[in-house]
Design a binder for this molecule. Sequence first.
Ligand code: URA
Length: 238
Amino acid sequence: MFICGQSKQRHRLPPIDPLRRPRYHHGDVSDPSTELRTGLEELYRRIASCPDCDLCQTRTHAVPGEGPANAEVMFVGEAPGFYEDQQARPFVGPAGRFLDELIASAGLRREQVYITNVIKCRPPDNRDPLPTEIEACRGHLQRQIELIKPRLIVTLGRYSLAWFFPRDSIGKVHGQVRVRDGIHVLHMYHPAAALHAGNMRKVIEEDFRKIPEALEKARQDQQPVSVPQPEPEQMRLF
Ligand code: URA
């Protein structure tokens, strides 16, 4: 088990080498600790050249995630889509534009939060991620959580929910916060759901309005945090 520890130093990370392509966006960051800087840079390098599943053969770019190294809130989506794969940035297509609006409605700015996905490479034709792909990518998200130590994780959609709570159904738990291994996790429907079913929009907007209170509660909670590990029967539940 990776132990994150209780103290949460807020370090900022400068943009990495602008000559390297693709350029990953760290948000408004500077003055990192060496450990955090090298840890994230090493992770981004590993993800960019990850060979651990077949998606490495079809991706244009891997999409590690972006945001300040000291983000208090981490959003976890499902997988990069067409635009994300082209730009190596998460949530930059239509679902991303709606996510930006939702983040603003919660009183936050996109540059303030960390955004990533359960899997870091686009599945062909935007199909659902396979269990083998999710497991191959699990260590990347675990390492992101371990380094960034968000106070609140917001899951977007059923794959992200299942990464933390494999037995639960999004229809039952959306809008709720649960604590897993000391991390406060708030569940949302995926923003793309509102683009496909207009009646979902109100539900998602209402759930996002719960973020400020959830964040405040997470800040007050002094529980030690450890990075969630898969439950033994997780594989067969996907
Ligand atoms: N949908 C996701 O789940 N993630 C993205 O990055 C974009 C769309």
